[in-house]
Design a protein around this ligand. Structure first.
Ligand code: SAH
Ligand code: SF4
Length: 340
């Protein structure tokens, strides 16, 4: 059965029109679902009884359940159980400028990056749109607080679940649903080039983040299998076209792995590669995991790397470390759960 939380406003309008109802019912339903956060249709007083009964038979209103929360001062990690007993996770981060939420887009991931837990677990399936929307809604309910920005950087490769992710973005951005500003939504991808072109055609004005993680094909192919399909040169062309088309600055993510990609030479090579582009580099301190042999770069290497980029006029920031204690790195909580 179709889940109501996977319906965009246009989907609902079409549903009502097809049922000989007025299209504005869609807005009323959105208000109950997202403003009042009511799952109890019987209290939807401005919708007449027979229509409420019809909604009940046409849609499922179930959401994935929160089954565990790990708390830290600046972060909170939620484990959800899906109807088919798979697990996914989402991490909330409390910043001084608002609350951001990192959501998952798939159960596992097929991209197989060698440093990543999610990749180690392999893709079981795509998440449905409602399963992504529910992560935000359930957490807003739990915290009794509005989420102000969303990053699609949890488990999964969002562009490998393209249609569901785009519908998700439309729903959460809708001012009558979760009203998350389009510029407060970030999609992170390992670099599925054709999908980056599809995305720029939509001209969505979201933030695009690219997991580059290496300054050359030799290193990138060692740690990211996807590079053997779409190499750095193809990816850079897509990034340039994306910037030209959308007029948006792109984020380049670079996870700092000891010895693997954190030398000053790598920094210099990266600076040359990115020279003159409307991008900024986000250096990510690696979250070590029990199963993988990679180590995090020392704080000294990170600051030296950062300095080389700055000296070469590349905008760069170092990502604040959140929730190391609560195993907030991609996939870690879920992998713990799967083992149990
Ligand atoms: N699949 C997408 C989005 C999810 S991963 C992507 O790869 O972009 C989100 C980010 O976390 C990516 O940049 C990824 O490389 C990084 N990442 C994965 N495992 C990590 C770890 N253990 N520590 C730090 N960053 C990690
Ligand atoms: Fe998948 Fe991203 Fe992890 Fe790579 S880094 S395995 S693309 S989740």
């Amino acid at each position: 059965m179709t889940n109501i939380y996977g319906m965009s406003r246009v989907d609902l309008e079409n549903y009502f029109l097809a049922s000989n109802e007025k299209k504005f019912k869609a807005i009323q339903v959105f208000e109950w679902l997202y403003e009042k956060k009511s799952q109890n249709i019987d209290e939807w007083s401005n919708i007449k009884k027979d229509l409420r009964e019809k909604l009940k038979t046409d849609f499922s209103f179930d959401m994935p359940k929160i089954i565990r929360v790990e708390k830290d001062t600046l972060a909170r990690k939620y484990l959800f159980e899906l109807a088919d007993t798979n697990f996914i996770e989402a991490v909330v981060m409390f910043h001084d400028y608002g609350t951001s939420l990192c959501v998952s887009s798939q159960v596992g991931c097929n991209m197989g990056c060698s440093f990543c837990e999610s990749g180690r677990l392999k893709k079981v399936r795509n998440l449905e749109t409602f399963e992504m929307v529910s992560q935000i809604l359930q957490i807003e309910k739990d915290l009794n607080m509005r989420i102000s920005s969303v990053v699609i950087m949890g488990i999964g490769e969002p562009l490998d679940n393209y249609d569901n992710v785009i519908r998700f973005i439309k729903i959460i951005n809708d001012p009558k649903a979760l009203a998350i500003g389009i510029r407060h939504i970030t999609l992170s991808t390992s670099g599925l080039v054709p999908k980056i072109y599809d995305l720029m055609d939509l001209d969505l004005q979201i933030n695009l983040a690219i997991s580059l993680h290496a300054p050359n094909d030799e290193i990138r192919s060692k740690i990211m299998k996807v590079n053997k399909v779409y190499n750095i040169s193809q990816l850079l062309t897509a990034i340039k076209d994306y910037i030209a088309r959308t007029n948006r600055r792109v984020t380049i993510e670079y996870v700092m792995l000891k010895v693997v990609n954190d030398s000053k030479e790598c920094a210099k090579e990266l600076a040359n590669l990115l020279h003159g582009l409307n991008i900024y580099v986000n250096l990510i301190p690696y979250n070590e995991t029990n199963h993988l042999e990679y180590q995090k770069s020392s704080p000294e290497s990170i600051s030296e790397f950062c300095k080389v980029l700055k000296d070469n006029k590349i905008n760069v920031t170092v990502r604040k470390e959140f929730g190391g204690k609560i195993s907030a790195a991609c996939g870690q909580l879920r992998s713990k759960e799967v083992k149990e």
